[in-house]
Design a protein around this ligand. Structure first.
Ligand SMILES: Nc1ncnc2c1ncn2[C@@H]1O[C@H](COP(=O)(O)OP(=O)(O)OP(=O)(O)O)[C@@H](O)[C@H]1O
Ligand SMILES: [Mg+2]
Length: 256
């Protein structure tokens, strides 16, 4: 067989195939129609901000992406895996996805290191040594290795969110979903967390989908998706132009 310089074809061509492929996603809570046909592609290394008024369906949508909520109609494919009734697929997608919440959701009675290593040791059966080695590498990458053996409540809000991001990254997910990750932080800590999530995409090639109410944080995105009443009403690529949404109305104002 002739040798060629052709690159080995990967199963998924990330240049063309999105990490998240959502098609006409619909969700009802009883008779309430919360998501009315969401279609969105998210590519490798992109930071997408979902922006919109309270009750517009932002949390519902990102929770559907890792099946914390079940969508009723349409299609969600994450890293080539379709979310359907197949339990194996759901587990696979959850393994590919890290989640970060507004309230940090750390276990208060466990140290930072225990919080990070709990799932890899219990679910993935990693040895404690391996999990702690990777846990420490991650704490270095998120900038707080010296906090490893403290308890969450001994840390500032910004530090706790860094722990939550390290925990979300421990299993090397392709995707981070963050629901108002800066909602409980002051301006300075918010900027630091947004910059860290930007770095997760730029330096580590992960995709980030982040819900926020904060226009400053939205400016870190590659694209802002405006959601209103369960519908995408606008999608703004930023392309480094620093266009910032002025309000949740979908009105946009150039910063410079
Ligand atoms: N478990 C549920 N049962 C019934 N209705 C729900 C449930 N979860 C959300 N909803 C409704 O669906 C709509 C969308 O809620 P969702 O939490 O997705 O909004 P959101 O855009 O994240 O709002 P916020 O900015 O306030 O967090 C709201 O009207 C909400 O009341
Ligand atoms: Mg919400």
């Amino acid at each position: 067989m002739a040798l060629t310089n052709e690159p080995i074809q990967e199963t998924i061509n990330y240049e063309k195939e999105p990490i998240i492929k959502a098609r006409d996603v619909q969700k009802w809570y009883g008779s309430f129609h919360a998501l009315k046909g969401i279609t969105l592609d998210v590519f490798k290394g992109e930071v997408i901000v979902i922006f919109g008024p309270s009750g517009s369906g932002k949390s519902s949508f990102i929770r559907c992406i890792n099946h914390l909520e079940e969508h009723d109609e349409g299609q969600i494919i994450v890293d080539g895996i379709e979310l359907n009734k197949n339990m194996h697929n759901i587990e696979q997608v959850r393994m590919e996805t890290g989640m970060v919440f507004q309230q940090f959701n750390l276990f208060p009675h466990m140290t930072v290191m225990q919080n990070i290593t709990l799932a890899p040791v219990q679910v993935r059966k990693w040895s404690k040594e391996k999990a702690e080695e990777i846990g420490m590498q991650l704490l270095e990458r998120v900038g707080i290795p010296e906090q490893a053996y403290k308890y969450p409540l001994q840390l500032s809000g910004g530090q706790q969110q860094r722990v939550a991001i390290a925990r979300a990254l421990v299993a090397e997910p392709v995707l981070i979903l963050a629901d108002e990750p800066t909602g409980n932080l002051d301006t300075h800590a918010s900027d630091e967390i947004a910059a860290l999530l930007r770095q997760v995409a730029d330096d580590w090639g992960r995709s980030v989908v982040m819900v926020t109410h904060d226009p400053r944080i939205a400016a870190y995105a590659d694209r802002i998706v405006f959601l209103k009443d369960g519908v995408i009403v606008d999608e703004t690529p930023l392309n480094g132009k620093h266009i910032m949404p002025a309000a949740v109305t979908g009105e946009k104002v150039a910063m410079k």
